[in-house]
Design a protein around this ligand. Structure first.
Ligand SMILES: [Zn+2]
Length: 1161
């Protein structure tokens, strides 16, 4: 059947090309017109695929030669050409091939006097010009001059023709050489005046499409620098800005407003960021390197570059992108399959033996229950010192004996009795009160003291004093809260900080609510030992005080209609009305004493604390601030993470903040994500929490840029603004704003302290060592967690030694604090009294590096370490000097492999800023080759599909996890990531990156909700459950384990079923960017005019009724005389013009085509 149709259509088309018989041609045109109902593209694409465009162009060439011209044939032919041509992506090329540009131009010239014919020609001209090269040819041949003869100031006459001419001009101006020619001929000013004229006179908004088409001309012409300069010189900004103000109240004028706003954004003069240098405010001298590359040198005129050469833009952008992605896939089978030999020298590897002492521990102490009760004070004191573990460093690596100097014994301590550890099931996380102060932990006091000494010896700055950020003591609420009867003593220390520990203790005593697994004292103790580049002297209140997740999760923010354009217009107003702009710097990391300090009524900012990131704050207007993030240390980019304090706010006032140096192309902030806020006053009133905050949030490209020379990378040349508004909950409060729930290094260290003492040492083998020192001199902890052997009997010990390893890491990217919350959930579960955790510990030995990039986290970086390197791109050849944590993590993994103990599962926890849900990236040869379109000889390549088991399990047990978001492709650009290197070099089949969204979920139980720390922590614990199920499914288990598992997991299965049921009705699609109220245009370069195929169709449709002589608002009387005398009934539908639906097929005319409906799309 399909063949029959195809051949029938081909006969028609070839007849059309060759026939000289007018009636035959007319009838074929009539059949084609009926075949291709208006408003649908499917059949047109089919006709194009069969050579429809070429046939029509050939017919046009023939018809145009006829003298006198036969309009009866030409008009339907031009209509078909316009409709087919606009859907044919190769149309421009075909026009050139058929040498039809001249034909169309001369047809138009000859018909200048007849508007109906002229309009038809202009439609085709416009379609031809959609190809840049063809458009350029048309421009050279005088098309624009021709069009300017047709385009008139405001008039009610011939509006169809005027419209067709302006739209054709807009299409021509997509060619940059046409734009240059137009500017040089003074057309830009002309277009502006025409636009103004139509804007002012079209008071009833009858000709919106003409006004918009004029704007489209301006939009394209300002794509070149000369165009933008001329536009600015012609008062274009003022003219458009003013006209938009008139349009704003009327929603039907949105197309005009949106296009005008696009032009305003693009023409806003480019400026460098208002900072002295783009390089980070912090620099760190690297071992063995002279100076880190950074600093963005400025040179005038450097900021504009057009790439003015003409390029064929016929390729669909999406196609290009997917091609690029596929290009990135590793398709070299040998590379994919290669399993490099372990090439680390044995003497290098031997140092890691000390990190695997569980493999030779004899557990003699299991018998000797020597109880040495320690007093509470001792216990607290000993915790404040860092236990001295083996710390390999660049120097110690060379001397393997060094490692025996001191060893931790924390995992060996006998416990004071079971009674303290009966943690009720199901309550191990949130409701469980931390019991560290009840627990006696065997720690040698002398050793603790020694540690403290050595700490001081090494570096006197190591244990510095830190002060909690001062609370606004002058505020009435503070006095009322803290000192109802001693106001005098408070005011005697003006601006005083909470310096004395007495005061802090007092504060805690009065207000502290127990937050599980958090202790302000432990936090402060740990924070004192942190080494930061800026030498932090302050503690941020939220990290000290703690965060207790709210009992509810917040839905994603609904985007307010038009929020982006409102914000952009507000930005443009700075240029139009410069008098309004304050431009006062109120905070500057580079200049500690700002030029205009303490201006009244102005917010105060601060960011010099752990993980803090804010470089500069500029008050723009009374309640609006521009904020600039600091680049990663020793780099000039990676601006994404922010965390700062703000105070002295007024109540119920919406403050607008603009973070003006974002770099990513798009952001989840455009799709419902909010930032997080912490209010000190709220915390003191019993609600210590980070919560999602901010409204009117959007993310768009702004006018700031970095010179091309200094950008360093190809991107980063222009910046984006994240804007949000906030109403603070209290007056004169101290609030903190952050990109995502902060989780500092000290939070992690104190969390480990608490976990260590809250565990049951009889059941939980816990060992905390230091993997290595970071560049910045901070210890990077390594944990070993497993179950204590049941006894020291041989069988039990053998079971203990033979447990497979699971290797987990997190936070290699410091800005991905979500990864730390997931890790927190994992750790709390692993040491908990939950019977499932108990069983899990008996199945595996966990090696965990909870924070691979402490320096980055401490110094407020987003992506890199102090060396300015992305540590997750260093796994192929990490440097022991520059990337010590990666070097030693890889060394430890290598060591495990070398003794035949490669981990069963390796997982690196990350955060994802573009996608929703939690998901895994894994590695598969076959899936990669298939995706890349390579032939896969399945007989040669055998691959264990075991890598899919864990994500499948997680999809069932973890509500935030979505299997459909997972990917198992190996990209070339990822070849130096932990996941790929561990998979390839160590042969770990289940090597993953776990990505957690910053935003929320698109599927399952949490669909439509933003994730909070509670959901992230739950993910961490469910990951553990997934590991247990994986073990039961994939590995041989003892009867005992199976019996226990059967008992426990029945219950769990029930939970799983329930979770599944609740999400089963959501059909899975991998759409990470839900639609929002307005078209998000974050890229001003977009060449699309946002017009669908339908618009030209509509014009043609309307014109048909015009041809048929329906009531018209223009002077059609004269034109009808030259209109077609052809038997219209045959090929023109009698559908009423108002009906835009497809014309019905006429079965009589179709004949053999009755089966066309089912033809391939
Ligand atoms: Zn990451």
């Amino acid at each position: 059947m399909a063949e029959q149709e195809a051949s029938g259509l081909q006969v028609l088309l070839s007849t059309l090309q060759s026939s000289q018989d007018k009636d035959v041609i007319l009838n074929i045109l009539s059949v084609l017109t009926n075949l291709l109902p208006l408003g649908t593209s499917r059949r047109i694409h089919y006709v194009i695929s069969k050579g429809g465009s070429e046939a029509l162009l050939q017919a046009l060439a023939t018809a145009a030669r006829a003298e006198p011209p036969d309009h009866g044939t030409l008009l339907p032919l031009l209509r078909l050409l316009a409709r087919v041509g606009q859907r044919d992506r190769k149309f421009g090329l075909k026009v050139q091939k058929a040498e039809a540009t001249d034909i169309i131009l001369s047809l138009a010239r000859r018909n200048l006097g007849c508007h109906l014919h002229l309009t038809h020609c202009l439609w085709v001209l416009r379609v031809c010009a959609s190809n840049v090269t063809t458009g350029t040819t048309l421009g050279i041949n005088g098309a624009m001059e021709l069009l300017f003869k047709v385009i008139t100031p405001y008039s009610k006459r011939h509006v169809r023709t005027v419209r067709a001419a302006i739209e054709a001009l807009a299409a021509l101006l997509k060619s940059k050489s046409n734009s240059r020619r137009a500017v040089n001929k003074g057309y830009l000013g002309g277009l502006l005046r025409l636009y103004q004229d139509w804007h002012h006179k079209d008071v009833s908004n009858n000709y919106i499409y003409i006004r918009r088409a004029l704007l489209l001309c301006l939009k394209h012409i300002t794509n070149i620098q000369l165009g933008r300069e001329t536009f600015l010189g012609s008062q274009g900004m003022e003219i458009l800005f003013t006209s938009v103000q008139d349009c704003l109240p009327c929603k039907t004028l949105d197309p005009i407003i949106n296009t005008a706003v696009q032009i305003l954004r693009k023409c806003y003069p480019k400026e460098p960021l208002p900072v002295t240098t783009v390089g980070s405010s912090y620099s760190f001298p690297l071992p063995g390197k002279a100076k880190a590359e950074s600093s963005c040198e400025r040179s005038e005129g450097d900021y504009e570059s057009d790439g003015e050469e003409e390029t064929e833009k016929d390729l669909d952008h999406e196609d290009m992108e997917s091609k690029e992605e596929d290009y990135d896939l590793e398709t070299d089978v040998n590379k994919l399959r290669s399993r490099p030999v372990l090439d680390w020298p044995k003497e290098e590897l031997v140092q890691y033996e000390a990190m695997c002492q569980e493999l030779c521990h004899d557990f003699q102490e299991l018998d000797s229950e020597s109880e040495e009760e320690k007093s509470l004070e001792d216990r607290t004191e000993s915790l404040f010192s860092t236990p001295s573990h083996f710390i390999p460093s660049a120097t110690s690596v060379k001397h393997p004996n060094y490692r025996w100097k001191s060893q931790t014994v924390t995992e060996m301590g006998p416990d004071p009795g079971e009674k303290n550890f009966k943690i009720p099931r199901q309550s191990w996380t949130r409701t469980e009160k931390c019991r560290w102060n009840l627990i006696d932990e065997k720690r040698d006091i002398a050793e603790g003291a020694q540690d403290a000494d050595s700490c001081e010896e090494e570096d006197p700055a190591r244990s510095h004093t830190l002060t909690l950020r001062p609370l606004p003591k002058e505020a009435a609420w503070y006095k009322k809260m803290f000192c109802p009867d001693c106001e005098a003593s408070i005011s005697s220390s003006p601006g005083g900080r909470l310096e004395s520990s007495d005061e802090v203790a007092n504060l805690l005593e009065k207000h502290q609510r127990e937050i599980p697994f958090h202790s302000p004292h432990f936090y402060m103790a740990r924070a004192k030992c942190v080494k930061s580049i800026a030498g932090y002297k302050d503690l941020a209140f939220p990290d000290f005080w703690g965060h207790q997740p709210p009992p509810y999760s917040k839905p994603m923010l609904e985007r307010k209609y038009g929020v982006q354009r409102d914000k952009v217009l507000d930005d443009v107003r700075r240029l139009i009305q410069p008098g309004d702009v304050t431009g006062r710097t109120v905070f500057d990391l580079d200049e500690p004493s700002p030029s205009s300090p303490g201006a009244p009524g102005c917010l105060k900012f601060f960011s010099k604390f752990e993980s803090g990131n804010l470089r500069k704050a500029i008050q723009v207007r009374e309640f609006e601030y521009d904020l600039i993030m600091n680049a990663d240390v020793n780099s000039n980019q990676h601006h994404q993470w922010f965390y700062f304090e703000v105070r002295d706010m007024k109540l119920a006032v919406p403050y607008r903040f603009n973070i003006i140096n974002c770099e990513k192309f798009n952001s989840q902030f455009n799709y419902g994500m909010q930032l997080v806020m912490y209010s000190v006053k709220e915390a003191l009133q019993g609600r210590p929490r980070w919560f999602r905050a901010g409204y009117d949030i959007c993310y768009y490209r702004n006018h700031y840029c970095c010179s091309a020379a200094a950008g360093g990378s190809t991107r980063g040349k222009c910046y984006y603004t994240l804007t949000f508004s906030i109403k603070f909950p209290h007056k004169d409060d101290v609030c903190y704003l952050a990109y995502h729930y902060p989780y500092t290094y000290s939070t992690m260290m104190s969390h480990l302290d608490i976990l260590e003492c809250s565990r049951n040492p009889k059941k939980v083998y816990w060992r905390q060592q230091t993997l290595c020192q970071t560049l910045g001199g901070n210890p990077c902890p390594l944990l070993t967690i497993t179950a204590m052997p049941d006894s020291k009997k041989r069988d039990d010990l053998r079971q203990f030694y033979n447990r497979p390893y699971v290797f987990l890491m997190a936070r290699v990217h410091p800005g991905e604090s979500n990864a730390s919350w997931v890790m927190k959930g994992t750790l709390e579960f692993l040491v908990s009294g939950d019977p499932i955790a108990d069983l899990l510990r008996k199945c595996f030995i966990f090696k965990i590096v909870p924070m691979l990039n402490p320096d980055g986290v401490i110094n407020g970086n987003h992506r890199c370490s102090l060396s300015g390197d992305d540590l997750n791109r260093q796994w192929l050849t990490p440097s022991s000097q520059l990337h010590p944590t990666i070097y030693h993590a890889k060394g430890l993994l290598y060591y495990l492999c070398s003794i035949g103990r490669a981990p069963l599962v390796f997982c690196d926890y990350h955060g994802h800023s573009q996608k929703n849900n939690v998901f895994l990236y894994g590695c598969s040869i076959k899936e990669t080759l298939w995706q890349a379109g390579c032939m896969v000889d399945t007989a040669v390549i055998t691959e264990d599909v075991g890598y899919r088991t864990l994500p499948k399990i997680l999809d069932k047990v973890a509500p935030a996890f979505v299997m459909n978001s997972c990917s198992f492709l190996v990209e070339k650009s990822r070849e130096s990531t932990a996941r790929v290197v561990v998979w390839k070099e160590m042969g770990v089949l289940r090597s993953y990156t776990m990505e957690s969204t910053y935003c929320g979920c698109s599927h399952g139980l949490y669909k439509g909700l933003q994730l909070g720390t509670q959901e992230l922590e739950e993910m961490g614990s469910k990951f553990c459950l997934g590991l247990l199920i994986l073990h039961l499914k994939s590995l041989p288990c003892s009867k005992k384990v199976m019996a226990q598992a059967a008992l426990l997991l029945d219950l769990e299965e029930e939970i799983t079923d329930r979770a599944q049921r609740s999400c089963s009705n959501s059909n899975l699609e991998t759409d990470d960017e839900p639609p929002c109220g307005e078209e998000i245009d974050y890229n001003t370069d977009s060449c699309s005019d946002g017009e669908g195929d339908l618009e030209l169709d509509r014009e043609i449709q309307e014109c048909l009724s015009w041809v048929e002589g329906e009531v018209e608002d223009e002077g059609v009387a004269t034109e009808q005389t030259c209109s077609s005398k052809a038997p219209r009934g045959l090929y023109i539908s009698s559908q009423p013009a108002s009906d835009n639906r497809a014309l019905p097929l006429r079965s009589t005319a179709l004949g053999v085509y009755s089966g066309f409906k089912g033809s391939p799309a």
